[in-house]
Each structure stands twice: as C-alpha cells, then as structure tokens.
Design a protein. Sequence first.
Length: 94
Amino acid sequence: MWSSPEMITAVLNFEINKKFSEWEQSFYHHQPIARAAGIFELYHGHEPNTERKVCVIVHALSEQHMQKFMEANSAAIAASGHILESTNIAIYVN
C-alpha cells in the first residue's frame, strides 16, 4: 500500500515588489514562525539579473500543510513584498 511521504520539498518561484534585502529581512524575521509550523527553509535567492524574481526552497510536512500556512499568513507574506499571485510552486518527494 502506498503512503504519503513524511516530508515534501517545495520550490517556490515568485516576484517581489521591494528590494531583495528588504524582503530578505522580513523573511528572516518570520522564519521562527515557519519552523514552528513545520516548514524549514533550505535555500533562498534571486535571479542573477533581477532581484525581483525570487526562489525559495523548503521542506514541509505536506503540500496541504504548506498551503494552509501560506493562507493563514498571507497578510504578513504580502507585507514582506511577496507578490502572492505571482507564486509558482513545484512539489517534490523522495
């Protein structure tokens, strides 16, 4: 019988409407909240030619768990400069 994996890896690509350094400060500030919710950052950075296109890679308990976290924290995520409607998420399992 197939069972769901314990953790997923999610690759999030999105645009921001602030300087990368400003977004990054907010991102770091909210990491304890994300970790407490079972979402662990592995990497974040921006495209070489534009700091407005960002990539974040995380481990999370499940895709649904991550989506619920993002919905519950959407105001804070948007306030960081993250343009929510630009977000593309790819999920990977091992």
